[in-house]
Design a protein around this ligand. Sequence first.
Ligand code: NAI
Length: 694
Amino acid sequence: MHTANEHTAVHTHRTEGVLVIEIRNPPVNAASAAVRQGLMAALQTLEADPQAQAAVLIGAGSSFVAGSDLREFGQPLQPPQLPAVIAAIEQCSKPIVAALHGAALGGGLELALGCDARIAQAGTMLGLPEVTLGIIPGAGGTQRLPRRTGLLRAIPLVCRGERFTATQALELRLVDAVVEKDTDLCAQAITHALGLQGRKQRIRDEAVPAEDAEKIAAAGQSALRAGKHQPAVVAALSALEDSARLPFGEALARERAAFETLRLSPQALALRHLFFAEREATRPPAEWKQSAQAATPRPLETVAVIGAGTMGAGIAIAALGARLNVILLEQTPEALQAGIQRITSHYQDRVAAGKLTAAQVDAAQARLTGTCHWPDIARADVVIEAVFEDLAVKQTVFAQIDQHARPGAVLATNTSYLDVDAIARATTRPQDVLGLHFFSPAHVMKLLEVVQGADSTPDVLATGLQLGRRLGKLPVLCRNAFGFIGNRIYNAYRRQCEFMLEEGAWPEDVDRAMQGFGMAMGPFAVADLSGLDIAWRMRKAQAATRDPRERYVDILDHLCEQGRLGRKSGAGYYTYAEGRQSPASDATVRALIADASARRGIARQPLTDTAIQRRALLAMVNEAALLLAQGVALRAGDIDVVLAHGYGFPRWEGGPVFWARQQDPATLNRELEALAQISGHGFVAGDLSILLNP
Ligand code: NAI
């Protein structure tokens, strides 16, 4: 019997006395309104069919159900809602087995937990990641999951939104069996369903296992701390606690109410914005579609990394982890040895932490070749340069690359600020050159700016994006301009923070205010951590061309002149006592800052945390408007993705553009005028409407 209706997202057919209910909502079978309606209809078919004694619920394509349809979350939800579908599964007189593969996340896992049994294909990813979107599971996830796992395991899984594998799910008793990847999942599920012999076995009828109350309380506290007391984490914990102390129906209703409140909260809005911006960012721009042929990535199996310093070693580790062959080139055997040692220590740490096996490390290291001999890079499909940040050095290196790389190889620079076109011009093939700006540590940070030079061809850029995805990164395309997207905005922000130092704030005031807003670290603590000498060197290089009328804060230069280069020298904006982790403020620094104010004739006035936050954020927002107007950033959302992933901007604020859109436009424009006034000559005020009216 087939009731496949091409217009529905759910198809059914009966085989061997079992009704197979198949969800077909490509690409990931999101539990949209159409899917929910289709499931309700399928359950009626099941109940009405005397030949069917059980059902199998399965997803077509690459996944079971990867989650709810987030696009619906900003509006009133269409009936039937997911809890009603799950209630209907539980009320159905015949058992239903969920057959999982690909992803069973969020609403997908909740749907599966509403069934009478679950079998999963090896490789399935499961989890309740709702808190990462500022909400909690709203269809019984916080009630059914702990009935199987116990609260001690459920708390980190739900409060941190951790994903887990099919094997872990089996250990947690969340699935009843794991089947091999190449077996017929549907057939196995049918056998399992027949084995139930009509028995219903609802998780809701089970009790939450008894566990040590003190340990549960400690797990809760640790989850709250890790989640920075975000409303979603607080609500998730409370819903989990309900599971052990309230009747199922009552706890379920409270979970749904909390979900409904959070769904429309500002944090959830911000996190959904970032979720969609992240997806959008990795897509090539629409105009490339017209030249689809030209935008096909070039082959990509072997990467040469030039320079085995901090970044080069990190990039090599990332590439080895993605099963690419790596040729690492340094200028001297000593420098090469030091670079290889960096990579080796990384692997030793991973093995010690139980994250990699010795065999995996051997396999990775077997793909690594170290060399000081330029002709060795001829095998590379992509060459990534990560030598000193100096234009002349990079141009010399690119002339060498040009001489030895094979025709058609993609040539990338990891420069932070330098002009990609000036580097490309050192070769005879600027069309093959692009920027690949990794973030430190390069094997950890997900962000990758893919920088389009004036001559870079679409297929070269497509290869950059592809490499980024293969390395598990979030590649964001941008155009060549000083600092690209991230460093350019961060510079504007840091500059404004320096103005505030001169006007009356101390470094700790600015850092406290920005951390209070949610930045991972304050700007002066960050500066100390990365070393002040990098900025000092850049400032010296720019001194000759700097407009003397420009407002220029020289506090950093004076700190560096006194040997205060940041954390590595024991002192910078703060003092770092030996053996002490936390920085201390310093009378010398205060005197130096007060001097700077006096030289400029400023009577120091304290600034409130709110004033500091708004000025600093507005500086970022203004630069974002300029970047978008100049076409350096292709989409406003890309700017938010870059700031959230590379610069510690709080995700629950959605990024500077999203933040700006939540403000009153008239106030923002008024504040921008004031900011332009106080920032003086050289400050360019952008037209914020480009950001505010998407
Ligand atoms: P680093 O000083 O740790 O490493 C540079 C390496 O390049 C050294 O090992 C040096 O021996 C090698 N090198 C220099 N000239 C060479 C040549 N002619 N041939 C072969 N190797 C040569 O520097 P780091 O921090 O790794 O930076 C490298 C690049 O990455 C710079 O352009 C920097 O701006 C950029 N970058 C740095 C980030 C960071 O946080 N450190 C973040 C993002 C980009």
